[in-house]
Design a protein around this ligand. Structure first.
Ligand code: KDG
Ligand code: MG
Length: 402
């Protein structure tokens, strides 16, 4: 069996996606996601110029060898652009292998570890009351785990507050929108949100919160401690993770569970946090961390330290990533939770898929492969539109972590 061609499809059915389609001499093809929010064309060029020419003529069954070739062979290892390109190839090859075997992907990975995949939705509102209402709407839809983000009085455009009820798209303009951040107001406000949520909805639902890298380690420790009465499922990205030792300080001061890793792209980003048990959930995902082949390695390593998975699943990860992640989640023994931000109806139409939502859980489909395709004719009707993530500044003008 040989790879005969591969092409990159860039489409924007409500937001931008980069998709790789790998074709073979047996008529079977595979699909992989390579979307990198705000930097889509960089990955498309990397695939077109440097990766696809190396794939032609190779045996698509040699997934591990092709992964090593693209990773070690580039000499310049890691990085979001390279690793997303490798992920797209890897997921497309797993798709081909599973289609050739006539099996859903989770069967090839080792079979089911669970019946369904617990997901969390994204509730947000401009103020406390509307955020509490938004959480209520998610519970009515059947969710049992909800991430809550609220607007903060005096902070224009706080992180996580969207313009729609079920969708949140931060990449809102061709050039980055500049937002303003105030840590003091946030630290005063966040506990009030979770106090209200527990009073209104009780103790049995799972609540999550994303700090989105905004705090220093000591501020994060203070927040974790002030949220302890509300028993969060996790507090995410409490401080930037380049300096992983920072999490020692947070850990020393709070029992609130910590999640990190949506911007990680290899096991080397995760290693110290995991082996020093500084986090509880690892957020690395299929598209971000080199595909199924590499994410599996991260998850197995994390299992040694009782760290569980919590794959990133915002809308900038295409349905192809969601499909592949659900097969991964169905198999992985140390599963924690899967993020699930719903895609728009246009996105769902461009990417026909067989996963489905029911009662707060997603179910991987049973069709051979990862169960997600791309309608190329429809995709062509949604051309690429430049869209950048925002930038944050402190009130004095200092650039901060968005
Ligand atoms: O592209 C950036 C988004 O994926 C990110 O802001 C979403 O933090 C996020 C999350 O937890 O889903
Ligand atoms: Mg996040």
């Amino acid at each position: 069996m040989k790879i005969t061609a591969a092409r990159v499809i860039v489409t924007s059915p409500g937001r931008n996606f980069v998709t790789l389609k790998v074709l073979t001499d047996q008529g079977v093809y595979g699909i992989g996601d390579a979307t990198l929010n705000g930097r889509e064309l960089a990955v498309a060029a990397y695939l077109d110029d440097h990766v696809i020419p190396c794939l032609i003529g190779r045996d698509p069954a040699r997934i591990e060898d092709i992964w090593q070739f693209l990773y070690r062979g580039a000499y310049w290892r890691r990085g979001p652009v390279t690793m997303r390109a490798i992920a797209a190839v890897d997921v497309a090859l797993w798709d081909i292998k599973a289609k050739m075997a006539g099996m859903p992907l989770y069967q090839l990975l080792g079979g089911r570890s669970r019946d369904r995949v617990l997901v969390y939705g994204h509730a947000n509102g401009a103020d406390l009351e509307s955020t509490v209402d938004a959480v209520g709407q998610y519970l009515q839809l059947g969710y049992t785990a909800v991430r809550a983000q609220s607007g903060i009085p005096g902070v224009a455009m706080a992180y996580g507050v969207g313009r729609g009820k079920l969708h949140y798209e931060p990449a809102d303009a061709a050039l980055p929108t500049e937002t303003v951040w105030n840590t003091r107001k946030y630290l005063n406000h966040a506990p009030q949100l979770f106090e209200r949520l527990r009073v209104r909805f009780g103790q049995d639902i799972e609540l999550l919160h994303d700090v989105h890298h905004r705090l220093t380690p000591m501020e994060a420790a203070q927040l974790g401690r002030s949220l302890e009465p509300y028993r969060l499922f996790w507090l995410e990205d409490a401080t930037p993770a380049e300096n992983q030792d920072a999490f020692r300080l947070i850990r020393a001061h709070t029992t609130t569970p910590l999640a990190v890793g949506e911007i990680f792209n290899s096991i080397w980003d995760c290693k110290d946090l995991i082996q020093n048990q500084l986090i509880d959930y690892i957020r690395a995902t299929v598209v971000g961390a080199g595909g199924i082949t590499h994410l599996r390695r991260i998850a197995d390593f994390a299992a040694l330290y009782q760290v569980r998975t919590g794959c990133h699943g915002a809308t900038d990860l295409s349905p192809v990533t969601m499909g592949a992640a659900l097969h991964f989640d169905t198999w992985v023994p140390n599963f924690g939770i899967q993020e699930y931000m719903r895609h728009s109806t246009d996105t769902d139409a461009v990417f026909p898929h067989d996963y489905r939502f029911e009662q707060g859980c997603l179910y991987a489909g049973e069709s051979p492969g990862h169960g997600v395709d791309i309608d190329e004719a429809l995709a062509a009707r949604f051309p690429y539109r430049p869209a950048s993530l925002p930038v944050a500044r402190l009130e004095d003008g200092t650039v901060w972590n968005w």
